[in-house]
Design a protein around this ligand. Structure first.
Ligand SMILES: N[C@@H](CCC(=O)N[C@@H](CS)C(=O)NCC(=O)O)C(=O)O
Length: 267
């Protein structure tokens, strides 16, 4: 997985459709989805869980590494994930890029943003805080300059993770300690928390990072609830899910402390 962004190809969000036609695509009740991401879980995992949860008509597309590195696959910011939504009604397609809008779009589509606008923004705030930790873990552990990775790991173990767990236990408790962040149904925040833990589980230091999570009954209850959903459970047992998880383990074995072998940086 190279990171030389200059070689990659860029594409615009404008495809010749009108803005109204694009909006029609996103409003189509029976669209098809093509989710393009790398052969790992990581930043694509929450979206894939939601596509499974929503019983969507979707396919997972992993670009050939050579084509990707040679810039044959254009993306709006030359990074993945990219979600293509195709409408059978008007025959047009739309691209949504960047993991946060992709996750928000799928969560809205599959009713994972609560029951009203307050619930929606509360769930998005909880999601964002979870996302922030994963992003920080990239910049401090896996995609950091090599000589700071060990220090980043120690800081995470000592301060960042305990603080995150305490903050999230506070919010889970406020909702009644029922394994959901809001109300008594699954939301984007619940699913993202489980994927944050899954991400940590693929790192060589999984055991150290996961110990405090595993001690938190409130947090582990969220995992139970998410994994109790039959569609998500089936997806997580699939060969594709296992391959993506194994891909993450292999990738982070070389890039995360303590065993990193190369200097992997994001641009
Ligand atoms: N801000 C973007 C970041 C996406 C990103 O960094 N993607 C990485 C994989 S996690 C990527 O496409 N790397 C391939 C490359 O740079 O060639 C998002 O959240 O979607």
């Amino acid at each position: 997985m190279a990171t030389l962004n200059l070689l990659k190809a860029q594409r615009s969000y404008f495809t010749g459709n009108t803005s109204e036609e694009n909006a029609q695509v996103l409003a189509d009740p029976n669209p098809t989805f093509k989710f393009m991401y790398l052969d790992i879980g990581s930043v694509g995992a929450t979206a894939r869980d939601m596509l499974a949860f929503g019983k969507a008509n979707w396919s997972s597309y992993v670009p050939n590494e050579k084509d990707w590195d040679e810039g044959k696959i254009p993306a709006p910011f030359k990074v993945l994930p990219v979600l293509t939504v195709s409408s059978p009604s008007n025959g047009k397609e739309v691209v949504i890029s960047e993991s946060i809008p992709v996750d928000h779009f799928l969560a809205k589509r599959f009713n994972l943003l609560g029951n009203n606008e307050w619930e929606e923004y509360t769930i998005k705030a909880l999601y964002n805080n979870i996302h922030h930790l994963r992003e920080r873990s990239f910049t401090r552990l896996t995609c950091a300059f090599w000589d700071t990775k060990q220090q980043g790991l120690e800081y995470h173990l000592k301060e960042v993770i305990p603080n995150f767990i305490a903050n999230h236990e506070f919010h889970l408790k406020a909702n009644g300690s029922n394994g959901h962040y809001l109300g008594d149904k699954l939301s984007l925040a619940d699913i993202h928390l489980v994927n944050l833990m899954d991400h940590f589980l693929t790192l060589p230091v999984a055991e150290d990072i996961m110990t405090p999570f595993k001690k938190s009954e409130l947090i582990m209850k969220v995992r139970e609830r998410v994994e109790a959903n039959p569609e998500i459970a089936a997806w997580r047992k699939s060969e594709d899910w296992k391959r993506f998880n194994a891909g993450s383990i292999a990738y982070y074995a070389d890039s995360a402390p303590p065993g990193y072998k190369q200097d992997v940086k994001e641009e």
